[in-house]
Design a protein around this ligand. Structure first.
Ligand code: NZQ
Ligand code: ZN
Length: 392
């Protein structure tokens, strides 16, 4: 068990009637807002009008960056930062999912640092030395970006997708109304649900040096919550309890409460980001295809992992307690695949998404953190290529 520090400064407003507090939060920082949003879903659900009215009634002038792409591009970030600099924007309001929030975080950082190009942060040409205050109105349960310090940005010119982390990126306040997620499509609901689980799987749960048992048990509870409520949200998109449980699970999965000192590379996320970068894949879908194959691979390569995989199957997916660890490990791969590909309905192979072996070598190189990925087990380039091939 490692020592750790926990400081998460984001204030959360959770529930149906909380958005009215937006003006009082933002007015502490000024009267000029950049409103950042995606491809238009917020207009269809009437949320855009609501937010604009709230801000305008409070005397706030609104500038806009619309059309942030899923897997947000560095060029879009730079465009947003230019709007902020030209107009002396005081704060940013991001309305959307992980892509919109991540784009807004990166814009906030560029505005307060010594560059006009977010990719300078990635290439370490410039440090993130500050950020504009950021407020989030979340519309999809998935990434946890609403309460974390991460921003993931893509650069299409060089097929790269990279995470930037900064203490300056924590939103000042995030508004979480499960009703805003009623309109999320079954596909995005499924992909988001996989992503929530993947944050626990990748960051803390699958390790030979777990956090204290209390936290390990809570990690399992959050994953069980997804297994229970994602199918309900698919059948009944406007089931408040299901959407609320998924939303809070998404926030908890990556807000550091469940980390408790565990420190390692994320295996599946490191392998997924190159998939998104080369094929513009939906993040959670890429993870769904990778995770069962990765579990299979690590158990083959390192038998010490088998009891840990077996515990996951038993405690999260109700795998029969009477099976041996070996049998339970195998069964776990089956039930996880069944959950992702049948219950949640995500196509289960990379070839279903038009992926072949062409870029596997370059992608495996890009997945490396140095010479390997130091996750549950250490993976080198060859291991990653093998796992990609198993996913075809
Ligand atoms: O663009 P709009 O029209 O808003 O549509 C979006 C988009 O097409 C739609 N959507 C969102 N809310 C909706 C809705 N459609 C109907 N009703 C609503 N209420 O869903 C689609 C996907 O949106 P996106 O924001 O891309 O989804 P998600 O939240 O899964 O974010 C994915 C991005 O976050 C990164 C991923 O790599 C990816 O780029 N991640 C960010 C992390 C972080 N900041 O901590 C960690 C994650 O591991 C992840 O890497
Ligand atoms: Zn993720």
């Amino acid at each position: 068990m490692n020592d750790f520090v926990l400081q998460v400064p984001t204030k959360i407003y959770f529930g149906k009637d909380q958005l009215k507090h937006l003006p009082e939060e933002v007015l502490q920082y000024g009267k000029k807002a950049l409103l950042v949003y995606g491809g238009g879903s917020i207009k269809k659900i009437g949320l855009y009008d609501k937010v604009v009215k709230l801000l305008e009634d409070a005397g706030i002038t609104i500038y806009e960056l619309a059309g942030v792409e899923p897997n947000p591009r560095h060029t879009t970030v730079n465009k947003g930062a230019a709007i902020c600099k030209e107009n002396n924007i005081d704060f940013i309001v991001a309305v959307g999912g992980g892509s919109v929030i991540d784009c807004a975080k990166a814009i906030a950082g560029v505005v307060k640092s010594d560059t006009d190009d977010v990719w300078d942060f990635v290439e370490k040409k410039c440090d993130i030395t500050g950020a504009l205050p950021l407020f989030v109105i979340l519309t999809i349960s998935a990434t946890g970006s609403e309460m974390d310090k991460w921003s993931v940005i893509s650069n299409e010119d060089i097929n790269a997708k990279r995470g930037l982390g900064s203490e300056f990126f924590f939103p000042k306040a995030s508004f979480l109304n499960p009703e805003f997620t009623y309109s999320v499509s079954p596909y995005q609901t499924a992909a988001g649900s996989v992503d929530i689980m993947a944050h626990i799987i990748d960051n803390y749960y699958f390790t030979k040096n777990p956090a204290m048992e209390m936290i390990h048990n809570i990690q399992e509870e959050v994953m069980r919550t997804v297994v229970k409520y994602a199918p309900i949200a698919l059948k009944e998109p406007d089931n408040y309890e299901a959407r609320a449980n998924l939303m809070w699970a998404s926030t908890w999965a990556l807000n550091d409460y469940l980390k408790a000192g565990v420190s390692m590379h994320t295996s599946n996320h490191s392998m997924e980001h190159p998939l998104s970068a080369y094929y513009d894949m939906t993040h959670g879908h890429g993870l769904a295809i990778l995770i069962p194959r990765w579990l299979e691979y690590v158990m083959q390569k390192d038998p010490e992992t088998i009891p840990i995989v077996a515990r996951f199957g038993r405690n999260v997916f109700n795998v029969d307690q009477n099976l041996s660890d070996e049998e339970a490990g195998k069964k776990t791969v089956e039930v996880v695949s069944d959950f992702y590909f049948n219950t949640l309905g995500l196509p289960g192979k990379l070839s279903d998404l038009g992926v072949d072996e062409t870029h596997f070598k370059e992608m495996a190189k890009k997945a490396m953190k140095g010479d390997s990925i130091q996750g549950f087990i250490e993976l080198d380039e060859e291991d990653v290529i093998n796992i990609y091939k198993m996913c075809l």
